[in-house]
Design a protein around this ligand. Structure first.
Ligand code: FAD
Ligand code: UDP
Length: 370
């Protein structure tokens, strides 16, 4: 039997804890927030599941991961179809025939493709090297100007010409009339919210959970006390920033209850102009098809924010400079054989939930080999 300490009760730490406890090992989970579940935390208000840290839609093409998460909750058939609001003009996302038709009046895929090809000529033969060039190369200059530039530069606080191309490759571009934001085979929202998933993962008698506790208050004591530590906080903070600071992007959420049944007619609306200070406005009841109080709705505005020490580090900024520094920290981690670094912050990766579960199950496999 191994005595584990898991730092962080998000999806990574909780998946790990669940799996090793199932095999008879003891786990202590410490969490610095006053609740479990990390960024997938949801809370019921007026019968509506509120996604406290931004819209979370589960999606994957990996059947094993889909079946894995379905052990802990039943999922509804929610399909993410956000709309973009550019100065009052409404466009469908991701970029598809509905978007192209509204913008250019084109009707067939061939007409849309011709328009994109014409607009991407501005790049000549240049291979896209940054987000702006990548976006123009994928869907042309009009969509870049109306639906990408403003949103992206607000979201990341940097010029699109300075951002890595991979960020925009997350979004599908389709020559079909399909508003499904994801290409994955499986997708949905857990009925009753995400927190129950983490509660079930941590329910074992072999798991002891303590919230409101920061690992750094007693770092060395913790490391000495346990056989193994799974650390899902910031890897640069673990090493006291000795090689320098990694960069993160933070967010501020502004949540409001309104006395109307239906405020915006969709779960997610992206404000893609540069002037509106928030990126997304989410109306939580639409994730569960209008469930909850008929005279109330809850909406959340998501404001991007600079990160500095002490703020919540929601997004790693995976540009070349930060990736190089992260690699140096990963090498340094070899000097801490008792500690495994995992999750969005421990591995400094723009991971979605399905990837986090996959990565945690891989660590479990490696762990149980010993
Ligand atoms: P976290 O959830 O961040 O958990 C880490 C935990 O460690 C936190 O609870 C933190 O408080 C705790 N911790 C950190 N340091 C310490 C310390 N020193 N001591 C004690 N505790 C500590 N993914 C999708 O698949 N679909 C989506 O639609 C989606 N939307 C998203 C929207 C937003 C706005 C954001 C920010 C993310 C989104 N994600 C989405 C990604 C998803 O949130 C992550 O993949 C997942 O939550 C990461 O889990 P984790 O355990 O690695 O990290
Ligand atoms: N993006 C955009 N316009 C949109 C939506 C997304 O330009 O309306 C860009 C933006 O750069 C964003 C990236 O695409 O950071 C990835 O979008 P996604 O919806 O995956 O963002 P996340 O949910 O990870 O914040």
């Amino acid at each position: 039997m191994t005595n584990y300490l898991v730092v962080g009760s998000g999806l990574f730490g909780s998946t790990f804890a669940y799996e090793v406890a199932k095999r008879g090992n003891r786990v202590k989970v410490i969490e610095k927030r006053d609740h479990i579940a990390g960024n997938i935390y949801t809370k019921e208000v007026d019968g509506i599941q509120v996604h406290q840290y931004g819209a979370h839609i589960f999606h994957t093409s990996n059947k094993e991961i889909w079946e894995y998460i379905n052990q802990f909750a039943e999922f509804n058939r929610y399909t993410n179809s956000p709309v973009a609001n550019y100065k009052g003009e409404i466009y469908n996302l991701p970029f598809n025939m509905n978007t192209f038709n509204k913008l250019w009046g084109v009707v067939t895929p061939a007409e849309a493709q011709a328009k994109i090809d014409e607009q991407r000529q501005v790049l000549g033969d240049k291979k896209p090297e940054n987000l702006e060039e990548q976006a123009i190369s994928l869907i042309g200059t009009d969509i870049y100007q109306k639906l990408i530039k403003g949103y992206t530069e607000k979201q990341w606080g940097q010029k699109a010409t300075e951002l890595p191309a991979f960020i925009i490759r997350r979004l599908p571009v389709r020559l079909t009339y399909d508003n499904n934001y994801f290409n994955d085979t499986y997708q949905g929202i857990p009925i009753g919210g995400y927190t129950q998933i983490i509660e079930k993962m941590l329910a074992s008698d072999l798991i002891d959970v303590e919230t409101g506790v920061d690992f750094f208050d007693q770092k060395q004591e913790y490391i000495d006390q346990y056989d193994k530590v799974i650390f899902t906080g910031m890897i640069d903070q673990f090493f006291d920033y000795q090689l320098g600071e990694l960069e993160y992007r933070s967010l501020r959420f502004e949540t409001e209850e309104m006395d109307v049944d239906n405020y915006q007619g969709n779960a997610v609306v992206n404000y893609t102009d540069a002037e509106t200070p928030y990126t997304r406005l989410i109306e939580h009841k639409h994730f569960e098809f209008g469930k909850g109080d008929k005279n109330k709705t809850i909406v959340t505005k998501e404001y991007p924010a600079n990160w500095s020490r002490g703020d919540e580090p929601y997004y790693p900024i995976n540009n070349d400079k930060n990736n190089r520094l992260y690699k140096a920290y990963r090498d340094l981690a070899q000097t801490e054989p008792k500690v495994v670094f995992g999750g969005r912050l421990g591995q400094y990766r723009y991971y979605d939930m399905h990837q986090v579960i996959h990565a945690a199950l891989q660590v479990v496999k490696d762990e149980l080999k010993d």
